[in-house]
Design a protein around this ligand. Structure first.
Ligand code: ZNH
Length: 138
């Protein structure tokens, strides 16, 4: 789980992400993650399309919000967990795929800041986010 040191590293790194959420989120959701299964109601599913970009920004805004509530991720993400479990019915295995996509995009967007130490902390954080989002799945 996340140590105090990990939390500090995540929050410091995330200060660099601020303002770039839309591009980063767009890249992350443009990478394959069972898009067709869940987003077939969108008119344009291609990487970087308007709905993909908008959804990337939405997801990243939620992740940024989670960074600010890093001490209570379960509480912070409870209603989103409910939404994904009962309304959207997203297979929680996909949370891992998106987390991985985010790691890839963050590492290439911030090649200098994405040190091995940052990598470990962000990986732990995204794992905790995925776990919190899975809370309402029973
Ligand atoms: Zn999700 C939606 C977040 C993952 C699918 N999302 C959503 C939203 C948010 C989110 C915030 C919005 C809500 C409202 O509107 O209210 N997600 C999120 C996060 C994550 C996620 C944070 C992680 C990290 N998702 C995910 C995945 C999937 C999904 C993985 C699949 C694959 N989501 C989804 C859908 C939706 C959402 C389908 C809806 C969209 C539309 O329709 O537009």
């Amino acid at each position: 789980s996340l140590s105090e040191k990990d939390k500090n590293i995540v929050q410091t790194f995330w200060a660099k992400v601020a303002g770039r959420e839309e591009d980063i989120g767009c890249d992350a959701v443009s990478r394959p993650f069972a898009t067709k299964t869940y987003f077939s109601h969108w008119k344009d599913l291609s990487p970087g399309s308007d709905p993909v970009r908008k959804h990337g920004a939405t997801v990243m805004a939620a992740v940024t919000d989670a960074v600010s509530k890093i001490d209570d991720l379960i509480g912070a993400l409870l209603s989103l967990s409910e939404l994904h479990a009962f309304t959207l019915r997203v297979d929680p295995a996909n949370f891992k795929v998106l987390s991985h996509n985010l790691l890839v995009v963050l590492s290439t967007t911030f090649p200098n800041d994405f040190t091995p130490e940052v990598h470990v902390a962000i990986d732990k954080f995204l794992t905790a986010v995925a776990l919190a989002l899975s809370e309402k799945y029973r």
